[in-house]
Write a protein that binds this ligand. Structure first.
Ligand code: TSB
Ligand code: ZN
Length: 586
């Protein structure tokens, strides 16, 4: 999706379209007053006070129609500059504009307004020359928005829209939005009963429903088994710790704004953990280590709590409570490159299994100017960043560098992906850390008998289960491969009276092979049940009637196909077991 804000020409056009919207609204609702109408990544919006009126679904086409009419009239858009006094006088009946003007400093801002026909708006500009140029636009949605984003203020009406230079571009964008809507994990999550949210629990704290929980469980078992085969040791540690733990690690100074506030208990001060590193440092510290024991890979499917802004939380993608596929790998300085490279290889192999292809590697570096976030040890940072570059170059991996994205404790390699609705976020991450082992005074005994400080690699391959599943839902558009699908086989008896017993018998047989299966024994028509099975994106639908019962076979329909195949139950089980093992994508 194009970032409209970053394209200068489109940005001007969209801003002009916001004015056109305001003018049309003023025609239809003469009492309307306007707050701000900025351009955003995916178009523009305008926040409007309609007095005691509010926008409804039917209003958007009417406003659009009025916008088209004004555009056809083709008035010029004319800029005037004015003094603060003139501006205050001109907008004296408009408390919103007075609020904006009052805060302007005449000495360093030129106050200007733009007039098109009968409508004038306070605006910095620039704009297109005539309203005629604003032709290919669409109003997309509306919502309530508190004035200045403060819940204590009045709720204004926010109308969103988008504008392009050509009809094709607009149509292409609308088709993209339609596809994004269909793919959106929040929509599919609801339809397939994967997860839900409830205001009583709070924003950013989704509830995994049984179907979603199955996907989560399969994912977590998969990654844990893989890690065990690669020499990881898994632990369980509490999701809570003392403030002192986080003071020791440095999170208290560098990560506090992402943490839930302190809980005071008797003489203790406790916090919910935002990260697991401090706990894992202490697991390492619990015993003595020789250089021969390293690398030590401590893994945990660990629960973390982060205070994400309520406006930023989104379905399963950005949450406040999460289950992280975390591990901290303790290495000698000589082992850094090999172990980091192993982690990158692991990421690539996991992505192959899930058929994840659309991603980029971001080398997240510190901002040397940001002395507050990053501890001041230039040599350490340069060395750590160079090591990561070397690993990537040796592995011949394309990447881009981003300054200021490093963790406070060290540089990171992040795998960046985009959600259906165009949010960019990090899926996997692998981070190098020379700081925390020092702060926790961790040691190992080196070959010469001296005590040395290990280096730590922090890594999350399948991210958090929340984020990874949100990505998978959108990646597969809800059509999960067999091994991940909550329901793998749906059995429909042609006639309950004659075939239900056989259906239940097949169900039992499949269950004994760990296949997730259900029998649809509702008194509905066969065609209806088949259609529903397709809508639910069940990988295999079995239709069992006389033929199947008499020959002790099954007939199946594979998701996405129209034909039915008849095979023996043994062959069917072999087929499924093979697909689960191979993680076949279809
Ligand atoms: C990898 N200490 C490291 C850990 O050892 C750490 O916590 N890194 S992190 O902050 O980058 O988080 C790891 C991963 O969790 C991120 O790459 C991202 O994929 C996922 N994640 C982070 N915040 C959220 C969130 N609010 N909701 C869902 N997933 C998140
Ligand atoms: Zn960590």
């Amino acid at each position: 999706m194009k970032n409209i804000k970053e394209d200068e020409k489109l940005s001007v056009l969209n801003h002009s379209c916001a004015h056109l919207l305001a003018q049309a609204v003023k025609h239809l609702y003469p009492e309307a007053k306007f707050w701000v109408g900025p351009v955003v990544e995916d178009g523009f919006y305008y926040d409007i006070d309609l007095g005691d009126k509010s926008i409804t679904e039917e209003d958007l086409p009417l406003i659009e129609k009025e916008m088209k009419k004004i555009s056809k009239d083709g008035k010029r858009i004319v800029r005037h500059e004015l003094s603060k006094e003139e501006a205050l006088d001109m907008f004296k009946d408009d408390p919103y504009k007075i609020d904006l003007i009052s805060r302007m400093d005449e000495n360093d801002t030129v106050i200007s307004c733009y007039t098109q026909g009968d409508f004038t708006d306070l605006c910095r500009g620039p704009h297109v020359d005539t309203v005629k140029e604003i032709k290919y636009f669409k109003l997309l949605k509306f919502s309530g928005a508190y004035w200045k984003g403060d819940a204590k203020n009045k709720m204004l009406q926010r109308i969103y829209g988008v504008c392009f230079e050509t009809e094709e571009e607009l149509n292409e964008h609308l088709a993209f939005l339609e596809e994004a809507k269909e793919r959106d994990h929040r929509k599919i999550g609801k339809e397939q009963e994967l997860f839900c949210t409830n205001d009583l629990v709070g924003p950013g704290m989704p509830l995994w429903l049984p179907n979603g929980a199955t996907i989560k469980r399969v994912l977590e078992r998969y990654i844990q088994d893989k890690e065990i085969s690669l020499g990881y040791d898994h632990v369980y540690t509490p999701a809570i710790g003392t403030v002192n733990l986080y003071k020791t690690s440095g999170h208290w100074d560098h990560y506090k704004e992402n943490m839930f506030p302190v809980m005071k208990m008797d003489d203790e001060e406790l916090v919910l953990r935002p990260m697991n590193c401090p706990h894992h440092m202490l697991v390492y510290k619990n015993s003595m280590h020789s250089y021969k024991d390293l690398p030590i890979r401590i893994g945990e499917l660990a629960h973390d709590y982060r205070y994400e802004a309520s406006g930023a939380v989104c379905g399963l993608e950005r949450v406040r409570c999460m289950c992280m596929n975390d591990a901290h790998i303790f290495v000698t300085p000589e082992q850094i490159e090999k172990e980091f490279s192993n982690v990158v290889e692991l990421i690539l192999s996991v992505y192959k299994d899930f058929d994840i292809n659309d991603y980029s590697f971001r080398l997240s570096l510190r901002d040397p100017e940001d002395k507050e976030k990053y501890f001041p040890d230039d040599d350490m940072w340069n060395m750590a960043e160079d090591k990561l570059r070397k690993v990537l170059n040796d592995l011949k991996i394309d990447y881009h560098e981003d300054i200021g994205e490093a963790a406070f404790y060290g540089p990171k390699l992040d795998v960046q992906v985009k959600s259906a609705i165009g949010h960019e976020f990090t899926l996997s991450t692998c981070q190098l850390d020379f700081l925390l082992p020092k702060r926790f005074e961790l040691t190992y005994v080196d070959s010469d008998g001296s005590k040395k400080t290990p280096v730590v690699i922090h890594r999350a391959i399948t991210s958090t289960s929340e984020r990874f599943v949100s990505y998978l839902i959108e990646r597969y558009k809800g059509a999960f491969p067999l091994w991940l699908s909550p329901l793998q086989v749906n059995i429909i008896p042609v006639n309950n009276e004659y075939h239900l017993e056989y259906a239940n018998c097949i169900k039992k047989e499949l269950e004994s092979h760990n296949i997730r299966v259900s029998v649809d024994d509702r008194e509905e028509k066969l065609g209806y049940k088949m259609r529903e099975s397709v809508i639910k994106k069940t990988p295999y639908t079995l239709i069992l009637g006389d033929k199947e019962k008499d020959t002790n076979t099954i007939s199946y329909r594979l998701r996405g196909t129209e034909s039915t195949e008849n095979i023996t139950i043994e062959d069917f089980i072999n087929r499924l077991e093979n697909e689960v093992k191979e993680k076949t994508i279809f």
